[in-house]
Each structure stands twice: as C-alpha cells, then as structure tokens.
Design a protein around this ligand. Structure first.
Ligand code: FAD
Length: 364
C-alpha cells in the first residue's frame, strides 16, 4: 500500500501553506488539525495579527534569505492574478537611522534598510531616495513595490484552496506531537506529521524546543489609509519599539506598528504603547489624518497583540523521528512567516516526500 497519509498540525500560515503545496499531489491524503483556525483571534495563534508585508530581513545566501527569495514570485503572482486571496501591491518606503544599528529593531531590519540590499533586483521599482529628499532624522531610505497581505482574507483563502484539493480540516488540541499521528481523517495512523505549531513547539510534548521565544508585537488597526507602506529602523521611544504601517488589501484597514519585545508574553495591549504607536505613525505619515489632527484623527478598528515565534537558530524545517512517528518540523518563523512561507513550505514538502519514499522502500 502506498504511504500517503499526512497530518499537518497547525493552521497558521505555515501549516496552511504546507498543506496547500502538499495537496497539489492528489495521491496524498491530508488532514489539517489545529487548536485555532482562520477566523480565530488568540494570543496562541500568531498568523492573524501580522501586517502582513514582504519586507525581506534574511541575510543573502542563508536559508532564511533563500526562503524569502523563493516566496516573492508566488506572493507577486497572487497579487497580480488572484485578488480574492487578499494580497495587493503597495508602494513601500523604508528608512534607516544610523543610531539604530545596535538596537533590537535596528538588527531586525538590518537587511531591509541597508543601502544596495540583496533584494533590490527581486522586487519591482527599487530606488534609493536621494539624501536631500529625506527627513533630517533619516540617514538613508529607499522605495520599492512590495505586497501587503490582508490576513483576515488570505488565511481563509488558503484554507479554501486546500479544501478544493481535498484536504480535510479538524479541530483538536494535542499535548504530544505523537498524538497527532492518530488524527488522520481516514482513521489510519499517519505516515508523517508535519509540525507547524509555531511558538507552541516550546511546550508541545515530543518537541519542547527550548530555543523558541516570543517577540511581542503590538499593533493598532485603523480605517485611515496612508496609500503606501512605511517602515523605520527605530524610534526614540525605546530600542524595542518601531514605526511601521501597512495598508491591507480589500478594505482590511491599516496596521500601525509596533513593538519587537523579546521574551515578553503579555497578551494584552498596553494603552500607553498604543498611544506611542499612533503618535509615531502620524509623525511618519502626516497624511494619515486630516491636516492639524493628532491621534484623535485615527479611526481605530482594534488594538492587538501577537507573539512572533522566534527561534535562536532561525526556523526549524527538518525531519525527526519521535518514538515511532516520522515528523517534519516547520516552525519558528519569527516576524517573517508570511514572506518566507512558500520557501519554507517547499522545503517541508521535499522532506515529507523523502519520508514517504523511505517508507515505501522499507515495505519492498
Ligand atoms: P501560528 O500562526 O501561531 O499557528 C500555529 C498553529 O498551530 C495554530 O493553528 C495553533 O492552533 C496550532 N497549534 C499550536 N499548538 C497546538 C497544539 N498543541 N494542538 C493543536 N494545534 C496547535 N510575518 C511576515 O512575513 N510579514 C509581516 O509583515 C509580519 N508582520 C507581523 C506583525 C506582527 C504584529 C506579528 C505578531 C507577526 C508578524 N509576522 C509577519 C510574523 C508572522 O505572523 C508569523 O511568523 C507567522 O504567523 C507564524 O505562523 P505559524 O503558522 O508558524 O504559527
């Protein structure tokens, strides 16, 4: 009998993208099982809280950089040809301040904001902004065309694409990764479980990855439209705070950020931080509100907090045998889970195929 029963554990952007790529092979029988599904908002479910943009932050020639490079053409194609996916093109302005070079946010954005970045030939319309056109507080800046993903549309779209390909979705919570092996909709034991549990892999039995840690991101979603995306390497309100904004596709509002607070698990929006986020946004883009207005000119939809699932050595996309269960891990994508999603998922699919082939060979 062909080995083709796969359980994908997790329905964030990592699990859904992996399930979608796996489901393009119609011989595979796939179940996605998760505690949280598209439509939910929960501190244990990072994906809905993202901006989400393609702001490359991986170093060139690292796995991270390669995963971002591999993801761009697909995100671009979705923006061009599939408006129902909730991804649109946006003019993007990124700014760097020399004083942020050693701060948490400066390190995070080091590749994004550097002069002559590796991604300049990947995205469209890249250009440096001349120094005389920059605010005096900015040391260098660039403009290019990127995409903004409306996560409230895109996650259900991914789910729908998977369903169309025959993927079955189930709700369940597991204490141990091996238990997911018994969750396949056929009733048969899975040949492989793909672990896409994000930050929860820190506590999930059989994984318990101590190198995972949260990077707290607080955002304010508003109805105001800046007609572009903006990002600055830092601000004067603390080295783990930053100013960015992302105008989402299809009426999704504008995400104002944010924060980059390592090892901070607080799930509740901090009202003082929210005021700083909104103030910085207007400083960065005064056109966000009517002339002369301050934060009272912002029309707030919601305040939110998400925990980016960061990992000391970067994402874990690898095979492991847990007891008698074959597991492929795809978790730990920090603040770049969308922009690296297709690259990471493609690597995970290769690993799943290796596992399945190994099982076939063992049966011969
Ligand atoms: P999650 O979305 O957390 O999904 C985990 C899944 O596993 C869920 O379905 C959960 O229910 C399930 N699960 C976990 N444990 C169990 C269990 N024991 N049993 C059953 N199910 C379980 N990325 C970008 O690329 N671009 C951006 O602009 C961007 N902006 C961001 C802004 C903010 C404010 C934040 C917070 C994040 C941002 N990110 C961005 C990062 C991105 O959101 C994450 O990297 C990504 O969402 C991680 O997705 P995931 O699927 O790995 O994890």
């Amino acid at each position: 009998m062909i080995s083709n029963h796969i359980v994908v554990l997790g329905a964030g952007v990592s699990g859904l993208t992996t399930a979608l790529l796996l489901s393009r092979d119609s011989s595979k029988k796939i179940t996605v099982v998760a505690k949280h599904m598209p439509g939910d908002y929960d501190i244990e479910y990072c994906s809905p809280w993202a901006g989400a943009s393609f702001f490359p932050v991986g170093k060139p020639n690292t796995a991270h950089g390669k995963w971002e490079r591999a993801s761009w053409p697909i995100l671009k194609q979705l923006a061009e040809k599939h408006p129902e996916a909730g991804i649109c093109f946006q003019t993007t302005l990124v700014f760097s301040r020399a004083e942020d070079v050693n701060s948490a946010t400066g390190q995070w954005f080091a590749e994004l904001v550097q002069k002559d970045p590796w991604y300049k030939d990947l995205v469209d319309n890249f250009e440096e902004i001349p120094a005389d056109k920059l605010d005096s507080r900015i040391d260098n800046g660039s403009r290019f065309t990127s995409v903004c993903i409306n996560t409230a549309v895109y996650l259900p779209w991914l789910l729908g694409q998977c369903s169309k390909n025959g993927v079955i979705f189930k709700r369940a919570t597991f204490k141990h990764v091996a238990d997911a092996g018994y969750a396949h909709h056929s009733g048969k034991k899975a040949d492989v479980v793909v672990n896409c549990t994000g930050l929860s892999s820190k506590s999930l039995g059989g994984v318990q990855d101590g190198t995972l840690f949260p990077i707290r991101g607080q955002v304010v979603l508003v109805r105001n439209d800046p007609h572009a995306m903006y990002s600055v390497s830092g601000c004067n309100d603390g080295e783990d705070e930053v100013a960015y904004m992302m105008a989402r596709a299809a009426g999704g509002g504008t995400v104002l950020g944010g924060s980059y607070q390592k090892n901070n698990w607080d799930p509740l929006p901090d009202p003082n931080l929210a005021i700083r986020i909104m103030t910085r946004a207007i400083d960065l883009c005064p056109e966000l509100v009517n002339k002369g207005q301050g934060i009272e000119g912002l029309d707030v939809i919601r305040h939110g907090v998400g925990l980016r699932p960061a990992r000391e050595d970067g994402p874990r996309v690898e095979k492991e045998q847990v007891n008698d269960l074959s597991v492929v891990h795809n978790y730990g994508h920090g603040g770049f889970g969308y922009q690296a999603s297709y690259g990471c998922a493609a690597t995970a699919v290769t690993l799943v195929n290796e596992v399945l082939k190994g099982k076939e060979r063992a049966k011969m």
